[in-house]
Design a protein around this ligand. Structure first.
Ligand SMILES: [Zn+2]
Length: 160
């Protein structure tokens, strides 16, 4: 067990190989099901911001809404009334949170670059250190769901 294979969401050491995409190995947490790229292969912060700057996420874009509905539709069917959520890695144009709010689910947003208010991660917590660095967009490309496991995993990114 190294820091490379410790879950960046829940801290569990129960990681196992999940997939290899374009020669890049991904691990899956046996505790919370987060899927992540080995941290040594993550882009540096400037490269990551440059990449995100190319995204044109817009809640008024029907195509983007259709893409996100692959997650939002089945999720909303399963959520109990009054459930609250967190769109972790919402990007420059939070849209999933807008779609969930439209269906009556209060949803906060967090993004290390575009919505960096870490109090949204745990509104009752005293902030002692920066939020964990996760790559939700890197995660969702290889999963069966259009949005990262981090959004749906127990703990920091869950709807509750
Ligand atoms: Zn985990």
């Amino acid at each position: 067990m190294t820091t490379e294979d410790r879950c960046p969401l829940c801290g569990s050491g129960a990681a196992r190989s999940h997939a290899e995409v374009n020669g890049r190995p991904y691990l899956r947490c046996g505790t919370c099901d987060l899927v992540w790229l080995l941290p040594s292969l993550w882009p540096d912060r400037d490269t990551e911001l440059k990449h995100y700057g190319t995204h044109e996420n817009d809640p008024s874009d029907p195509g983007y809404r259709k893409f996100l509905s692959r997650l939002a539709d089945p999720l909303c069917v399963r959520l109990p009334a009054g459930a609250r959520g967190l769109d972790y890695g919402c990007g420059p144009g939070p849209t999933l949170s807008v779609m969930l709010e439209e269906r009556g689910f209060s949803t906060a947003v967090y993004d290390p670059f575009f919505a960096p208010d870490i109090t949204t991660l745990d509104p009752g917590a005293t902030i002692l250190s920066p939020a964990p660095r996760l790559r939700s967009t890197s995660i969702h490309r290889i999963g069966s769901s259009p949005v990262s496991s981090a959004c749906c995993a127990p703990g920091a990114g869950s709807l509750s």
